[in-house]
Write a protein that binds this ligand. Sequence first.
Ligand SMILES: [Zn+2]
Length: 340
Amino acid sequence: MKRFLLLALFLLLPGRWLAAEDLFEIKPVAEGVYAAIAKPAYRVNCNAAIILLEDGVLVVDTHSKPSAARALIAQIKKLTDKPVKYVVNTHFHYDHYQGNEAYPSAWPAGIEIISSEATRANIQRLGIPRIKNEIVSMPQEIASLKSELEKAANAEKKEAIRKNLIQAEAYLAELKTMRVTLPTMTFDRSLILHRNARTVEILWLGRAHTDGDVWVFLPKEKVLVTGDALHGWTPFMGDSYPYDWIQTLDAAEKLDFDYVISGHGDVMQGKQKFELWKQYFRDLMDHTAAAYGDGTSLEEAKKRVSELLISKYADKFDPNFPRSVGSNVAKAYQVIAIAR
Ligand SMILES: [Zn+2]
């Protein structure tokens, strides 16, 4: 009886109340093509792209944890009765593949997880050790959140930290039980799904944010899915190849698209962001190379080049730019120092 009452209550609840619990905002981009824009979370979730095919669904990227992927699966089931048949991992970063296991769990009859060869190898070589490292380092992070909570000045701050703490503890629990699920289908340059209604081109166009980034291109709908090779936040360059990245952005920009579903941030229209990122990488590399050429130390270069870049780009990237730019300069310095 209790169950029926609960069910009745569930059915009576307005959709809006349920939507507030969703982790993603689903935005239609073209007929049968959706962007799932991730809401803020303590351990960041990437966006996903949802592409409906005649025989099933293709989803691009799986977020930082299986629970987030399961949350998206619940939202996909509201869009279509079709099963997810293909998952694409754009690259090996934790916030794009760690939810993989949710898909074969939900559709055990058969699902292909597609990536570049490099991305599959990177998950094995780098992704798995990074999970192990996080399991060891997270308790320290949780301890500092707890001490922050004690020191928090007001109720509002306390509440924000408490929310983060709950998510951090849940994330650690998920890491401990995570079954790393590797891509089951890899390719070298391109993999194309030909369907009557649409064609899906999964492309490797060169090294960029990592050595394995793939782009998902819908030529008929003029939609490009970019992962972290281009997105709405400040570029993260830790595993990147900056000089190649500029060329790869050039190659991607030549594709005929109007809409971009990126790894982070909102759906974009047009190609302006490509120009911005290319110019930023050129300036970053040029200024850092000049500083390195003058014999400037890494610390001094970080300070000097960051100042130059902040004055030109702070209003063009997200509010985190001034805090992130220093690590980009450090990466540039390292690349230049190794190259010489
Ligand atoms: Zn990434």
